[in-house]
Design a protein around this ligand. Structure first.
Ligand code: AMP
Ligand code: MG
Length: 330
């Protein structure tokens, strides 16, 4: 017969051994950057399997590059370039269809403040030039899209561009690419990640146990944070007059245009929008910026599950009702 105390010790040892082996592996964080859509994109993944996270991040970057190849006006073979070269009906993929439909919806809801037909205006202003200048009023007038005319006609999966208009998805495509990266990470089973494409941010879960702490760029103090807020499982996108601009005769000219005048919209310094997906947040941030603080805030309040922070041209801040008390000002 076996000795009972010995049996007890053996059982205890077995339990200890089991507990030891089932102890979770230590949590690690992997952070990598890549240049996509002219922006330094940073993806962070948190979890236990470093190799797996690395692989998922690589796949997420690949998904974003695919969107760049689809939506870039600079890439000759992109679907967007093809659309901009012909006025015939073009069969488009589901991604292009989704983006154009969302763009049309936000355009309608913002009374045309959001406009996907400003490609020629963007080329005229040419912020990438070495010495950008304000174009003449006549040059601007000659290329502004007619607000009463449909930019693109969508029938099923066929899209026809209105002649005279060049499509530009710069106000929405980066957000869409962030969404695709999130999808890849989620499918890989990653439960804690962030994708930051130059201020277009998508989040999976929290930062480990805690929420992600997001800093909002101060529009007039480069590198400084205006405010912070805590988020989980959401996206936040900022449009600001500090992103792409030049100063001529003491006046700031930036890349967010009022489609009625063809000039930079004057109501805001920056707009940050929180939404369930980054494409929507991206389009709404641009739209609200162009609409200005009052109408911009009204637009954000109308959309379900959307919140936002608007910094007016004079520096006063306003936030949507659901965001009150959730922002830490610096
Ligand atoms: P974002 O940084 O997302 O606000 O996007 C800025 C980009 O959106 C610009 O560089 C243009 O490509 C495009 N854009 C500028 N004005 C408008 C507008 N009123 N509606 C839609 N897109 C615009
Ligand atoms: Mg935008």
């Amino acid at each position: 017969m076996l000795n009972r105390p010995l049996l007890l010790i053996a059982a205890l040892l077995l339990i200890l051994l089991l507990v030891w082996f089932q102890r979770p592996a230590p949590v690690t964080e992997v952070a990598r950057t890549a240049l996509i859509m002219g922006t330094l994109v940073e993806i962070k993944g948190v979890g236990q399997d470093q190799k797996h996270i690395n692989r998922a991040i690589s796949n997420a970057f690949t998904a974003m590059r695919k969107e760049e190849e689809r939506f870039s006006p600079q890439i000759e073979s992109s679907r967007l370039s093809l659309l901009n070269r012909t006025t015939a009906a073009v069969m488009v993929d589901p991604q292009m269809l989704e983006l154009l439909q969302l763009g049309q919806e936000i355009s309608r809801q913002s009374q045309g403040a959001f406009n996907l037909g400003l490609g020629r205006l963007k080329a005229l202003w040419n912020f990438e030039a070495e010495d950008p200048r304000v174009p003449t009023t006549a040059a601007i007038k000659a290329i502004l899209p007619d607000p009463d005319h449909e930019l693109v006609h969508i029938a099923g999966n066929r899209v026809t561009r209105s002649s005279g208009v060049q499509l530009d998805l710069g106000g929405i495509a980066k957000g869409y690419a962030v969404d695709q990266a999130l999808k890849v990470l989620r499918t890989a089973g990653i439960t804690s990640a962030s994708v930051n494409a130059g201020g277009d941010i998508g989040l999976l879960g929290g930062h480990g146990e805690r929420p992600w702490k997001i800093g909002i760029q101060h529009p007039r103090r480069p590198g400084e944070v205006l405010a912070t807020l805590e988020l989980r499982n959401q996206t936040i996108v900022t449009s600001g007059d500090y992103e792409r601009f030049f100063i001529q005769k003491g006046v700031r000219y930036h890349h967010l245009f009022d489609p009625q005048t063809g000039l930079p919209a004057r109501g805001c310094q920056s707009v940050s929008v929180i939404a369930p997906n980054a494409a929507e947040a991206d389009a709404l941030a641009t739209a609200a910026f162009v609409l200005g603080p009052q109408k911009g805030l009204e637009l954000l309040e109308q959309r379900p599950q959307v919140e936002g922070l608007i910094l007016a041209a004079d520096g006063t801040a306003s936030v949507t009702s659901g965001l009150k008390g959730r922002i830490q000002w610096r």
